[in-house]
Design a protein around this ligand. Structure first.
Ligand code: GLC
Length: 646
């Protein structure tokens, strides 16, 4: 039982006795429930002998922070606690977007809420909207402030108006908490540069190269092309500062407990604006240690859990998404392990599924996908995934070499093939993507491109080839059908629902041209949207298909996530087949990653205990399943959602 279930238990026994809700009493109960865990996490990072007083400060700070929480959010917190794992519901369907690329600013976005409602979207991830440096700013991930809205998006009032509207419509909002670093223009960084020791200790700053060199021996490079190395010399400060991402993103030094408290205040201030899900950006990097790669360290997990346990006391309705795009088994650890199980992050990106779906598209085979997914241990039952086919970042190939070798493939050659396939090095490949952060030293690289372009639509339209266009549309539908049925919150990237192609305009913008991820961050095309129901185009076909899939998902309770998924392996290497089940329903999801049709014998369904009978229907076409000569045909790039009532 995790802490949040304990809170639910306590309030459900108490609430029935009382008419008047005394929020402070509930706060005290939560504090009492979490304090011993907070204490052990805190002292594991900041030894008691030195930091006893700091711990006392933290506990009294929690009460102050609770006082700062608006009353309507305190009420919502209790409702959410009582509801339990609201984030595992089949009713949630998300969209990720850049506010300025979507419809100008926050007010523009508020004007488009009916677009989301029409499509069925009720969970929004808005990319960073706070102040940032004018020049390069990593799409706002270099933060000048955690709460001040950048003028180009509007004002704080606009944000509050938007969050109020979203709450009224029961829509969920996710915003980023860039927890690992600030920009070099953040007030702490400026004071550090001016020589204030207190703020130099908020970052990793060094007068000479001795410690930086020791770190460099084992630290990998995140952006090797544009930001090689992990330290930047600051002339004004006359010191080296750790900058694991870009040179203008300074890593926060969490070995200093003051940094933790200050960042907790920033976290609560963010949550108090009406944010339901906080995306902990780059959280794998939070703790640094010489001699390690400074990623996924146990101390980072303790720190995240400490943030989580404190936030739960102050704002229990708010949950945390782990942005950990790391090896499959490492991702799971962000849900919390052992006594921290269920007490770290509630949600994590299913980066394994994402990356391997692209592997399956390129190879037309699903063996590596299935093998890897089967090897990943089950996640805790209170945790869920964000399932996505792509986001604003690159597609990394971070799956396990061992699994590739076991399939008889050479891991390096296999990755090179994938880069070639997606980045226009193979004549026959329909994909039109670009390389991101290619490292000639080791041949590593990542992939960018919009979903539609990577799935062949751009190439097909250029060639004006009806068959290729049709194949691309089918692939786009299939990929979305997978993330909408897999178990977790599907997160669609704005524009993918209308098959938006690559946006090459970044090449002419000095602040963007060195970052090819801008290729897949297009503006929302409202002209196309206005014509969607007027004519049949690839865009309207994709839009209507995705809208229909969303509607089916939301009305099919077995799509809720309670670890009710079973992967089925078929000897045909082109198929992905998994089952979602509950006490009274089963759904079999069948996908064909090949350009040829394939056939499955009736017997096989018998073997997996999913006998096809006359009551089975395909939810997507709403037609009964028909067999020919005791086999089921699954068309090229086809998908079934076969429903069977028990
Ligand atoms: C995360 C973001 C990415 C950003 C990085 C540094 O990985 O998704 O866009 O560059 O963090 O903040």
């Amino acid at each position: 039982m995790n802490q949040s279930s304990l809170h639910k238990f306590i309030i459900s026994t108490k609430k029935s006795n009382k008419k008047h809700v005394d929020y402070e009493t509930y706060f005290d109960l939560r504090l009492a429930t979490n304090i011993s865990l907070i204490q052990s996490l805190y002292f594991s990072l900041y030894p008691e002998s030195k930091h006893y007083n700091d711990f006392e400060k933290l506990i009294s700070q929690l009460r102050e922070l609770f006082k700062s929480r608006p009353e309507d959010l305190k009420k919502q917190d209790l409702d959410k606690l009582l509801e339990g794992n609201w984030y595992t519901s089949e009713k949630l369907v998300g969209m990720q977007l850049y506010v300025d690329h979507f419809n100008k600013d926050l007010n523009g976005l508020a004007d488009k809420l009916d677009y989301f409602e029409n499509l069925g979207i009720n969970f929004l991830h808005l990319m960073p909207i706070t102040t940032r440096p004018k020049a390069e700013n990593d799409g706002g991930y270099a933060v000048n402030s955690y709460t001040e809205v950048d003028k180009k998006y509007g004002t704080k009032q606009d944000l509050l108006k938007l969050t109020e509207k979203l709450r009224a419509k029961k829509m969920t909002l996710m915003l980023d908490f860039v927890v690992n670093h600030t920009s070099d223009e953040f007030s702490w960084a400026k004071k550090a540069a001016k020589g204030e020791t207190k703020y130099q200790n908020y970052y990793y700053t060094f007068s000479n190269r001795e410690i930086p060199d020791a770190f460099e021996d084992s630290l990998p490079e995140v952006f090797p092309e544009t930001a090689p190395g992990n330290f930047t010399y600051n002339q004004e400060m006359q010191k080296w500062v750790m900058t694991v991402f870009n040179s203008y993103q300074w890593d926060l030094n969490y070995t200093n407990p003051e940094v933790f408290i200050e960042m907790l205040k920033n976290l609560v201030a963010l949550a108090n604006q009406g944010v339901d899900v906080v995306r902990f950006d780059a959280l794998a990097f939070l703790w640094k240690k010489i001699g390690t790669n400074s990623q996924n360290l146990p101390e980072a997990h303790a720190l995240i859990s400490l943030f989580r346990m404190c936030l739960q006391v102050v704002a229990p309705g708010v949950i945390i998404l782990a942005e950990a795009i790391v090896a499959p088994t490492e991702i799971l650890k962000y849900f919390g392990e052992n006594n921290l199980e269920g007490n770290e992050c509630e949600v994590a990106y299913n980066a394994t599924l994402m990356a391997l779906l692209w592997d399956s598209v390129a190879t037309s085979k699903t063996e590596l996908l299935i093998k890897t997914l089967k090897n990943v241990p089950q996640k805790p039952k209170d945790a869920t995934w964000i399932n996505y086919i792509r986001c604003h970042d690159d597609i990394g190939l971070g799956f396990d070499d061992k699994d590739i070798y076991q399939l008889g493939l050479d891991a390096k050659l296999h990755r090179w093939f994938l880069l070639d396939y997606y980045c226009q090095k193979l004549e026959w490949s329909p994909a039109k993507g670009a390389l991101f952060m290619y490292n000639p030293k080791n041949g590593d690289g990542r992939i960018t491109g919009s979903a539609a372009s990577l799935l062949g639509l751009e190439d097909a339209l250029e060639k004006n080839d009806a068959l290729l266009i049709d194949n691309a549309i089918k692939k786009i539908k299939m990929m979305h059908a997978i993330i909408l049925s897999y178990g977790g919150i599907p997160l669609i990237y704005a524009g993918d629902e209308i098959a938006t192609l690559n946006d090459y305009s970044y090449e002419n913008d000095d602040s963007k041209k060195d970052d090819s991820r801008w290729l897949n961050r297009p503006n929302q095309n409202w002209e196309v949207i206005h014509t969607l129901d007027k004519k049949a185009t690839p865009q309207s076909q994709v839009f209507n298909a995705i809208k229909q899939l969303i509607a089916i998902r939301k009305s099919t309770s077995v799509f809720a996530d309670f670890n009710n998924i079973k992967l089925n392996q078929h000897s045909n290497p082109h198929l992905l087949i998994f089952e979602r089940y509950s006490e009274n329903q089963k759904i079999l999801v069948l996908c064909n990653f090949d350009k040829e049709d394939h056939f499955i014998s009736e017997n096989w369904f018998h073997e997996i205990d999913f006998d096809l009978n006359s009551t089975c229907i395909d939810l997507i076409t709403n037609q009964p399943i028909t067999l020919a000569e005791a086999t089921l045909k699954i068309c090229s790039y086809g998908v079934y959602w076969i429903l069977k009532n028990n």
